[in-house]
Ligand binder design. Structure first.
Ligand code: CP
Ligand code: NVA
Length: 308
């Protein structure tokens, strides 16, 4: 099976550092309008079951900027929507394409895509993880803070795909993570255990707490995500009640380190998980974070397809 990124745990600490330095180098080359041909003659397919603004456009643009071609494959327009099995789809797509970037409901779908296509698969979000997001985000933190090791990231909100991947990413890079979530919305148990095993080796400290203030105290990075993820729309009313208080606002930010930065993977819901003044404020690096989805995707494509 080709080397894929289905989980952050598919990367080592060394791989992460390599991707960060390639993202940085290629970002500077592309900003100076130098041409980069790492993906020349390569064709990427973007198989998406869910909407996307950033992941889709950043990966498509990344492939084009690196000299390759990208084909958008919304699952609603494939025979998948009429019941063709994913393994059959994967075998055929793998025989045409050099890589697949996929956004899916069930994590099993990206696992099957990787298994049967035999080309590198990038998980562009599943119900379990959002690994490419977290590589881009930690690249952004590194750009801003220079060194990741020893920094504390406080995640306020849902123990969802983004926070699962953040647990693994912070553990791999030697960062500490405080995750504040309501009872019943903890991160995935197996992922937390895996992240804790990695943390034991890198010296990172991970903890789950209920109180957002406790998580945010002295943190270097405050991070949040939506209260209702794609696919959870039926739980919306109940979630809006449960997550009251799990908001990044000026009071919470005042508890963090003086030079703390605020992150959100977007799309954001002002007045729910984050307030307008904070996302628009001086400590927000949300727009740099969004822009770096492109340069993180470039580093990832270079790592998996460009020849290491
Ligand atoms: N952060 C993120 O994955 O955004 P999109 O849903 O727009 O891709
Ligand atoms: N947790 C969110 C992330 C969106 C980028 C979702 O899955 O919808």
């Amino acid at each position: 099976m080709a080397h894929s990124i289905l989980s952050v745990a598919d990367l080592s600490t060394e791989d992460m550092n390599h991707i960060f330095s390639r993202s940085l180098k290629l970002k500077s080359q592309l900003k100076q309008h130098e041409s980069v041909h790492v993906l020349e003659n390569k064709v990427a397919g973007l198989l998406f079951e869910k909407p996307s603004t950033r992941t889709r456009t950043s990966f498509q643009t990344a492939v084009l900027r690196l000299g390759g071609q990208a084909v958008y494959l919304p699952s609603s327009e494939l025979q998948l929507s009429r019941g063709e099995p994913i393994k059959d789809t994967a075998r055929i797509l793998g025989s045409y394409l050099d890589t697949i970037i996929a956004r899916v409901y069930s994590h099993q779908t990206v696992t099957d895509l990787a298994r049967y296509s035999d080309v590198p698969v990038f998980n562009g979000l599943s119900d379990l993880e959002h690994p490419t997001q977290i590589v881009c985000d930690l690249f952004t933190v590194k750009e801003v803070k220079k060194d990741l090791e020893g920094l504390t990231l406080a995640f306020i909100g849902d123990g969802n795909n983004v926070s699962n991947s953040l647990l693994l990413g912070t553990a791999l890079t030697g960062m500490n993570m405080n995750l504040a979530c309501p009872e019943g919305h903890d991160p995935d148990k197996a992922i937390l255990e895996r992240a804790k095993r990695i943390a034991n080796e890198t010296g990172s400290k991970l903890q789950i707490v209920r109180n957002p203030e406790e998580a945010a105290k002295d943190a270097d990075v405050l991070y949040t995500d939506v209260w209702v993820s794609m696919g959870e729309e039926k739980e919306r009313e109940e979630r809006l009640k449960t997550f009251q208080g799990y908001q990044i606002n000026a009071n919470l930010l005042a508890l963090a380190a003086k030079d703390a930065v605020v992150m959100h993977c977007l799309p954001a819901h002002r007045g729910l998980e984050i307030t307008d003044d904070v996302i628009e404020g001086d400590q927000s690096i949300v727009w740099e974070q969004g822009e770096n989805k492109l340069y993180g995707a470039i580093g990832l494509l270079d790592f998996f397809l460009g020849g290491k």
